[in-house]
Design a protein around this ligand. Structure first.
Ligand SMILES: Cc1cc2nc3c(=O)[nH]c(=O)nc-3n(C[C@H](O)[C@H](O)[C@H](O)COP(=O)(O)OP(=O)(O)OC[C@H]3O[C@@H](n4cnc5c(N)ncnc54)[C@H](O)[C@@H]3O)c2cc1C
Ligand code: HEM
Length: 401
């Protein structure tokens, strides 16, 4: 239990953290990696370079300061982060290291304003927050390793098949090398892939949503080649160019809190942009396998026809289902013969027409796409509870349309 004095100090510094949060976390990571380069084997360097991870951590530290006396408010956010931590094998012994460098960074950025009282209060508060994470993650490690077919941390998988799904996206079918059955997972969850890439200084980890319905034999991931910006994406290009049938990758058990709730009856709407289609494929395949009678709306936006992954497969699944329909938006049409429902961006009017008011919507895609779609859905009267979404990177504030 924190003392009232500690609570008051931490809450009173929350506004400063809101302003200085990203400075603090930027200092924090720089110093921590300088002294603990082994942690570079866990963190995603691209997210560091782009500042996304610093922002995500700063937002969480700020929220923790604000709600230090009502930590229960933070439970959903803690769970989402803890899933990510668990999939990366973050362990209790890492927490004191993060705590030490976070406090040093607060001191450095706040300068004279960081009195001993403030630093001591933060040290105490960090201990409480860290314990919430450690306890949540302990439960997740237990569930992951003790479930039927489960394991701790990472296990070797072999690429059983590699299938091109579009000009940009390729699927990898992964089977455990020990031949064991796979544990159950929720459609929408992701795994972490761990690779040792020749020429890379550190081990790399990336999350990939499972794109097939849960089954006992294989995991399917579907990876977009990141080649639009320089430098080209490390892992996606390596997977596309150098990983094929018979190769080995290390895989975590499935994680994540973005998944199809299967005990519901209301209409379900799956809205994806680009490679954000992957969790939706797992959900749609699951609904088809269950012969679901729910009203199902599948909406997908792709750059163009060539970049449209799983086109025939989606159409087939929608045909098999009793009460499903699908819509396609292309950013650009190759020629007049190209058939799609929307040319350009999905807008609020279109969503008003095709999304039932009482539906549960699952949204995944690039950040601006999610901001726009979620903004339109909210304007059309859907509540926060009706809209679930997944970031393919550290969480950021969405600019809603
Ligand atoms: C929960 C979750 C699920 C996901 N599911 C999928 C999925 O199903 N399919 C999928 O394809 N992806 C998915 N992702 C994204 C995936 O994890 C990777 O982020 C993606 O494959 C890119 O990794 P990469 O190593 O190829 O690119 P990275 O090397 O990580 O680079 C990513 C981007 O950052 C830029 N960048 C890199 N270094 C720098 C630098 N120094 N300065 C500036 N910019 C830089 C690159 O140009 C590139 O555009 C998911 C992510 C999460 C968190
Ligand atoms: C109380 C302490 C901590 C807090 C508040 C915290 C917070 C966060 C947040 C907000 C994210 C982004 C999650 C997302 O949006 O997906 C994250 C990711 C991550 N955290 Fe932590 N974390 C803490 C401790 C740790 C520790 C001890 C480690 C291990 C050294 C760690 C390693 C990571 C890694 C590797 C990621 C993924 C980074 C990426 O994908 O770029 N965290 N954490």
């Amino acid at each position: 239990m924190l003392s009232q004095k500690t609570i008051d100090i931490v809450k009173s510094t929350a506004p400063v953290l809101e302003v200085k949060g990203k400075d603090i976390t930027t200092h924090f990571y720089r110093a921590m990696f300088a002294d603990h380069p082994e942690l570079l084997n866990i963190f995603n360097h691209a997210n560091q370079e782009k500042g996304r991870q610093q922002t995500a951590l700063a937002n969480t530290v700020y929220a923790a300061a604000k709600y230090i006396d009502q930590l229960e408010v933070l439970v959903p956010a803690v769970k989402q982060i803890a899933h990510k931590h668990r999939s990366l094998a973050v362990k209790p012994e890492h927490y004191p290291i993060v705590g030490e460098y976070l406090l040093k960074a607060i001191k450095e950025v706040l300068g004279d304003a960081a009195t001993d009282d403030i630093i001591n209060a933060w040290a105490e508060a960090y201990g409480v927050i860290a314990q919430v994470f450690i306890d949540t993650e302990a439960q997740m490690y237990k569930e992951a390793s003790e479930q039927a077919g489960g394991w701790m941390d990472f296990k070797e998988f072999e690429v059983a098949d590699k299938v091109k799904e579009s000009s940009l996206i390729t699927s990898f079918y992964l089977k455990p090398k020990d031949g064991a059955q796979l544990p159950a997972f929720h459609p929408g969850q992701y795994i972490t892939i761990k690779l040792n890439i020749p020429g890379e200084e550190n081990i790399v980890n990336r999350q990939y949503s499972l794109s097939a319905a849960p089954n006992k034999e294989y995991y399917r991931i579907s990876v977009k080649r990141e080649a639009d910006h320089q430098p080209e994406g490390t892992v996606s290009n390596y997977l596309h160019d150098h990983i094929g049938k018979g190769d080995t990758v290390e895989v975590s058990t499935p994680a994540g809190d973005f998944y199809l709730a299967n005990d519901r009856k209301e209409p379900v709407v799956l809205i994806s942009g680009g490679v954000g289609i992957t969790p939706m494929m797992s959900m749609l395949e699951t609904l088809a396998a269950e012969n679901s009678k729910r009203e199902i709306v599948f909406i997908h936006a792709a750059r163009n026809e060539e970049a449209h992954a799983f086109k025939e497969h989606t159409e087939q699944l929608v045909r098999e289902l009793d009460n499903a329909r699908s819509y396609m938006a292309y950013g650009e049409k190759k020629d007049k013969q190209t058939i799609c429902d929307v040319e350009g961006h999905i807008d609020a009017e279109f969503l008003k027409e095709v999304v039932p008011n009482n539906s549960i919507c699952y949204v995944c895609g690039p950040v601006p796409f999610m901001g726009a779609v979620i903004g339109h859905l909210s304007k059309n009267g859907l509540s926060e509870d009706q809209i679930k979404f997944e970031f393919f990177g550290p969480a950021v504030q969405l600019q809603q349309a």
